[in-house]
Each structure stands twice: as structure tokens, then as C-alpha cells.
Design a protein around this ligand. Sequence first.
Ligand SMILES: Nc1nc2c(ncn2[C@@H]2O[C@H](COP(=O)(O)OP(=O)(O)O)[C@@H](O)[C@H]2O)c(=O)[nH]1
Ligand SMILES: [Mg+2]
Ligand SMILES: [Zn+2]
Length: 303
Amino acid sequence: MNTNVTQQATIIGTYSQRMLVKTSNNEVLFAKIKGKKIQPVCGDQIEISPIAQESDWLINKIIPRNNELTRSNYSHKREVIAANITMIAVVVSDPPKPDWFIVDRYIGAAESMGIKACIICNKIDLNWETEQYSKTIKNYQLIGYPVIYCSAETKSNLEKILEHLKNETAIFVGQSGAGKSSIINQISRNSNQLTQEISSKKKEGKHTTVNSNILDLDNGGKVMDSPGVRDYSPIIDSTYKVVGSFVEIEAEGLNCKFNNCSHAKEQNCAVKEAVNDERIDPRRYESYKRLLNITQKNNHKRY
Ligand SMILES: Nc1nc2c(ncn2[C@@H]2O[C@H](COP(=O)(O)OP(=O)(O)O)[C@@H](O)[C@H]2O)c(=O)[nH]1
Ligand SMILES: [Mg+2]
Ligand SMILES: [Zn+2]
């Protein structure tokens, strides 16, 4: 084997010790990094080269990313969850009781990355949608986010989800137990194949636990699962940028008296007027203020 040959590949799975990569010829291989200089995540385009006497490949470099989905981890440090995605699909259901602030933050992350967002309401077989939920969900549609209702259990509307993911690289996010993995298992053709591939490769290194992976769909779409969260906080480096996470607040803010209005304590604030008239959902405005506060606090801690 010529050990100088480098290949282009994509990270399709991350484990505690190594990564599963898919080469441009659709070959699935295990690869690892040397030291901690680079930290590839799912979705990364990388360059790999063979290692003499080993079956694992070496990841030499990460091709510059189009985008990164990041979050603030427990010590308020920036953590990259995924790279090069085109859509964030937020899955909600009941149970677990929906936390709409989490939904807002994921949608906001998509806005700040300049990618699409949608909401998937799962478990419709349980008839969980109350009047209050219905109002909240309708408002998301009103401000521009597609909403798809489905059930992974009865397989209802899964074809709509598949259609929506066509040619996208989507990450499924949301609270633990909402049904992300169940939906993905249903819609991904090769998940079992991949699982087999992984378990056969695992024999050489037993204690590999999966952190995340990307699966191919029939229609050119790719879907990435993510572990459920109790809370999600994006990394936002200035409070000015928080407004970019809330499209309807950003749009209304153009009418504020001060062009640096934070829509919090100022007088003559068009956003606050719109909230009073309920042209902006007051719940979304609360969400905005909460994210503003968190951003302020986190930036104090970090600098
Ligand atoms: N009734 C019902 N249960 C579901 C549905 N989808 C998932 N579940 C159940 O909800 C639980 C959590 O699902 P899971 O896919 O692990 O959620 P995740 O944490 O978001 O990945 C499991 O017990 C699933 O069987 C659904 O459409 N209807
Ligand atoms: Mg899951
Ligand atoms: Zn304002």
C-alpha cells in the first residue's frame, strides 16, 4: 500500500476513540486523529491517509466548514455539535412536555447559521395537541417555519418528512424522548446496514460507544441524530446578535426609534408595541428576553 495516498472523506460517525468516515468512493472506514490539534465532528469533510500496519486511517486535516452548529457546554465553553448541515429539524411531542424555549433556540441557531429550520410534531397518535400548543405551533408557521405532523409509531406522514429532507443534510434535535431516533430509524433505508457495519468493525476495538452519526436517505437527503437535551444554549458572542435568532422581532425592530434598540427597556420600541397588540407572540418575546439575559451572563463569564 502506498502510504502517501490521501483521500477525501466525510465524517459519518463519531465514537469515543475513533471516527467512522465515508470516502468519495463510498467506502466506509475507521479513522482517528493524532493528538488534539483538530477536532472533527459529524458532517466534516476531511483528508485521510493510511497508517502503516494498521487498519485505521489517519485524519490529516479538516476542510474549512460551511457552518457549525455549536452550543454552550456545562462550563460555558463552545462545543461544536455538527458541521456542514443545511437544516435543523426540531422534534417535539408530548410526552415529554414541550419546552418551546428550546425550540426557539434551535430555530434561532439555524437563523444565525443561515440555514433552514422546521418543526416536526411527532406522536400524533397520542392526540397531544392542546389549544395552547396549537396556538404556539400556528405562530411558528406564521413566521415562516414549516411544521410537519407525524407518528413514528403508526408511520403516519413519514413520507412527508422524507420529502422535506430531500437533498438536505439535516440534524434532528430536541428533547430526549421526543422520538428523534424512532423517526430516523423509520425513514433511513440503510440504518441497519450501517449498524451491522459498525458492529463488525467494532470487534477490533470493543469499547466504542456511538456519539452521533449521519445516515443516507433514498432521495439524496442525509440525516443526523443527536442525543436529547434537557436544555440548549447557543453560543452568541454579543447581545446585539440575539435578535437575529428571532425573525419576526428582527423585522419589527426596523421600526424602533433607536437603531440599536435591544427591545427590552427602551421607550418607543416598535417590538414592544407589537407584543402588546399580539402581532408578535408574547411567548416568543419572553423567549427573546431570556436568551438576551443568558447571552449577557455567559459573555461576562467568558471574558
Ligand atoms: N406513541 C408514540 N410513541 C412514540 C412515537 N415515536 C417514538 N415513540 C416512543 O417514544 C420513546 C422515545 O423515542 P426515541 O426515538 O428514543 O426518542 P429520542 O430520545 O428523541 O430519540 C420511545 O419509547 C418510543 O417508542 C410515536 O409516534 N408515538
Ligand atoms: Mg435518540
Ligand atoms: Zn425596539
